[in-house]
Design a protein around this ligand. Structure first.
Ligand code: SF4
Length: 83
């Protein structure tokens, strides 16, 4: 699933988006509530996307490559996980 704001897009791989445990982790990790956990897994909250502070906590909370934060304002470059 992917949602785009004006400046930021977020993509969660289909293999992970239905995982309620991952959904809870993402909901907890993001300081600006871009992820909402539900019974069916994670939902991206479109109205909060442009609040992203590029902290990378969602990348740390998810299996490598399953969550992408896309910088639409910067040629669609991807936010990189902390080394
Ligand atoms: S980088 Fe930080 S603010 Fe942006 S979506 Fe991930 S957890 Fe939320």
């Amino acid at each position: 699933m992917r949602e785009d704001g004006v400046f930021i897009g977020v993509e969660v791989d289909d293999s992970a988006s239905g995982d309620p445990e991952l959904a809870r982790k993402l909901e907890e990790a993001c300081p600006v509530d871009i992820y909402a956990a539900g019974e069916a897994g994670v939902r991206i909250v479109p109205e909060n996307l442009d609040e992203c502070v590029l902290c990378g906590l969602c990348l740390d909370a998810s299996p490598p490559g399953t969550v992408k934060v896309i910088k639409l304002y910067d040629g669609d470059s991807l936010l990189q996980p902390a080394a």
